[in-house]
Design a protein around this ligand. Structure first.
Ligand code: FES
Length: 140
């Protein structure tokens, strides 16, 4: 049986989530592995939320927000970038691996970026296989 990753996507309401709507309206197809969680700004996505997603069994976490300079709350996206960057060595150290966490800027009119990002991240996670935490949960 092929591995279908479970991915949690924290998408900013003002840009990436709007772009997802646009992609949907334009009937763009993308892999169904990402469960989207709409946040008002990626600045809301802290280390605790990301780790909670992994502990809950996510094989990957995708954080998508406004381009630098476009954040509705000034620098929320830059805080998100700082947190994601800071978390990477920790993810390596605990055996999850930094590549299971991705940050991507997607503007509201970037509809095509949504399938591109979701598909490429899903492929990356498929190649990495199940996260050690989700494997443990499934008794492997
Ligand atoms: S409002 Fe979109 S990342 Fe801050």
């Amino acid at each position: 049986m092929s591995f279908e990753p479970k991915i949690i996507g924290f998408f900013c309401n003002w840009c990436s989530y709007a772009a997802t709507d646009l992609a949907g309206i334009s009937r763009m197809k993308y892999l169904p592995n990402v469960r989207l969680i709409r946040v008002m700004c990626t600045g809301r996505v802290d280390e605790r939320l990301i780790l909670k997603a992994f502990v809950a069994g996510a094989d990957g976490v995708l954080v998508c927000g406004c381009h630098p300079g476009d954040c509705h709350y000034m620098k929320g996206n830059l805080s998100a970038r700082r947190r994601v960057t800071g978390l990477r060595p920790f993810l390596d150290a605990v055996g999850i691996g930094r590549d299971r966490l991705r940050l991507q800027w997607i503007g509201a009119s970037d509809g095509p970026m949504v399938p591109e990002t979701i598909n490429s991240f899903t492929e990356t996670i498929k190649q990495l296989g199940p996260s050690p935490l989700s494997r443990r949960q499934n008794g492997h």
